[in-house]
Design a protein around this ligand. Structure first.
Ligand code: NAD
Length: 502
């Protein structure tokens, strides 16, 4: 494993290329500051240039020819060791994550745990990676299919799950026999460095994992268009995802996209309202609303709308904002100044939209030490109409909109009436209505009597419509992203046999 001294030079981190912590060719760096207290600098990370990306892709290409020949169960053994190291260093890595990203320590620990879960789950696939056999149409001929690695994978990740999301990509890519170059988000590179350090300590060979940190438009774009890359796996906003997929298409790369969401909790009049309340608070304000699966719309049956609205406003107003390292904090800061501006912009848009009313929050919080960070009060809008911008667009902050509905069909129509299709949930005690909603919601993820967040690694994760492009991470389905099928025929008849003719 890299000793801190080789990984960090006066809090100046380096890229990880071909097993070496390497200074960027550009000699430029990006400052990583704590969003809870911007006086604290976490470190300076390379602002990599296309030349740095080139070096990383070349290292990954070279490593691929050896790594793909390591038997999958052996590759998996290394990943199991990486999982053990993550367990040992869980609280150190969670602490780093809270400092660089802001989410409260408990949630940061959950993020590291998700990386551990994914590592073990996918390492188990090293002894499966099932292919299949089938019957050939000609006698004395054998037919089978195997999964094959693809080559160098470019991984581009967002800041909101700084270790979990890189693990969703790195671990399955590696177990399938690929090598990777990852470009972490500008705001949260340290957690990716920590994940790579665990892999290095576990014995992942040089060149199999490479990190180039830097700006999306420079390092990210250079990586997504590099001729040595065969596959681009992107998680982030829909706008950037579409740009990435267009440039990948031009050079014929495989491309998988996980993008934005505008998720919904539907609450029927027969629901357990206390339970629904806990779910909405957790879904809307957990991670300060910065989850792709965050509940940013709540569609409530008109019979209980008044009561539920009052319950939500009361509880949301009591959530405690603060540094995520304090166990007194329920909600941490948002990621950066751009996020503050965007979220406050949407709060203003909501106030200007005819009829929408703020019940609590609505401001930046700047009292005492909060002034050093990017804090936004948990905000609840009532009387929101389905077509309003705050009910249609991804805000990605602690803002939730309450919308009234007449019945389940109306709720489903509202819930499906957005361009995204990631996660939805329904609170009801009526099993018939639960199954009707399961059938009719156009989302990749659906919950009954639970919030919109809480995915588990062994189930497929992803969304429909503007959220994705048909792929799923998580589950064994992720193997379909990171491997290609090879159909193999063995003719043991000793003569020419012509399919479709003989
Ligand atoms: P973003 O799209 O701004 O950035 C994502 C990554 O793309 C970053 O690493 C960034 O540097 C890089 N990038 C930016 N421009 C690029 C370019 N031109 N070429 C190549 N790379 C480029 O997203 P973000 O703000 O980091 O993350 C928030 C978004 O991510 C939200 O929309 C959220 O819903 C989404 N998200 C989706 C999922 C999912 O699984 N569906 C999970 C988490 C986050």
């Amino acid at each position: 494993m890299a000793k801190p001294a080789s990984r960090v030079k006066s809090a100046e981190y380096r890229n990880y290329i071909n097993g070496k912590w390497t200074s960027p060719e550009s000699n430029k760096y990006i400052e990583n500051r704590n969003p809870a207290d911007t006086r604290e600098i976490i470190g300076r990370f390379p602002a990599s240039s296309p030349q740095d990306v080139d070096a990383a892709v070349n290292a990954a290409s070279e490593a691929f020819s050896k790594w793909r020949r390591v038997p999958a169960p052996r590759r998996a053994e290394i990943l199991f060791r990486a999982g053990e190291i993550l367990i040992k260093r869980k609280s150190e890595f969670a602490r780093d994550m809270t400092r660089e990203m802001g989410k409260v320590f408990k949630e940061a620990s959950g993020d590291v745990q998700e990386a551990i879960d994914m590592t073990f789950f996918v390492a188990g696939e090293g002894r499966r990676l099932h292919g299949f056999t089938t019957k050939a149409e000609l006698p004395n001929k054998f037919a089978m299919c195997t999964r094959e690695p693809i080559g160098v994978c470019a991984l581009i990740t967002p800041w909101n799950f700084p270790m979990a999301i890189p693990s969703w990509k790195i671990m399955p890519a590696l177990v399938c026999g690929n090598t990777v170059v990852i470009k972490p988000a500008e705001d949260t590179p340290l957690s990716t460095y920590n994940l790579a350090a665990a892999c290095e300590e576990a014995g992942v060979p040089a060149g199999v994992i490479n990190i180039v940190s830097g700006h999306g438009e420079e390092a990210g774009a250079a990586l997504a268009t590099h001729p040595g890359v065969r596959l681009v796996s992107f998680t982030g906003s829909t706008d950037v995802g579409r740009t990435v997929s267009q440039s990948a298409a031009r050079s014929g790369k495989i491309c998988s996209l996980e993008m934005g969401g505008k998720n919904v909790v539907m609450i029927m009049e027969d629901a357990d309202l206390e339970l629904a309340l806990e779910g909405v608070l957790w879904g809307a304000f957990g991670t300060s609303g910065q989850r792709c699966t965050a509940a940013s719309r709540v569609v409530v049956h008109k019979k209980i709308a008044k009561k539920f609205t009052a319950m939500l406003a009361e509880r949301a107003g009591k959530l405690r904002l603060g540094n995520g390292l304090s166990d007194k904090s329920d909600v941490g800061p948002v990621i950066n100044q751009d996020a503050v501006d965007k979220i406050l912009g949407y709060i203003q848009i909501g106030q200007n939209e005819d009829g929408a009313k703020i019940l609590c929050g609505g401001h930046r919080a700047e009292k005492g030490d909060l002034k050093w960070g990017y804090y936004i009060e948990p905000t609840v809008f009532a009387d929101v109409k389905p077509r309003m911008r705050i009910a249609q667009e991804e805000i990605f902050g602690p803002v939730v909109s309450l919308i009234e509905c007449r019945d389940l069909d109306h709720a489903i129509e509202i819930a499906n009436g957005v361009k995204y299709g990631l996660s939805a949930s329904l609170y009801t005690r009526d099993v018939n209505r639960a199954f009707q909603a399961m059938d009719n919601m156009f989302t990749g993820i659906f919950y009954v009597n639970a919030s919109t967040i809480g995915a588990e690694v062994h189930l497929p994760f992803g969304g429909t419509k503007a959220t994705g492009n048909g792929h799923r991470e998580g589950g064994t389905q992720v193997l379909d992203i990171f491997s290609e099928w090879k159909a193999i025929y063995v003719d043991y008849s000793g003569k020419l046999q012509r399919a479709q003719i003989d």
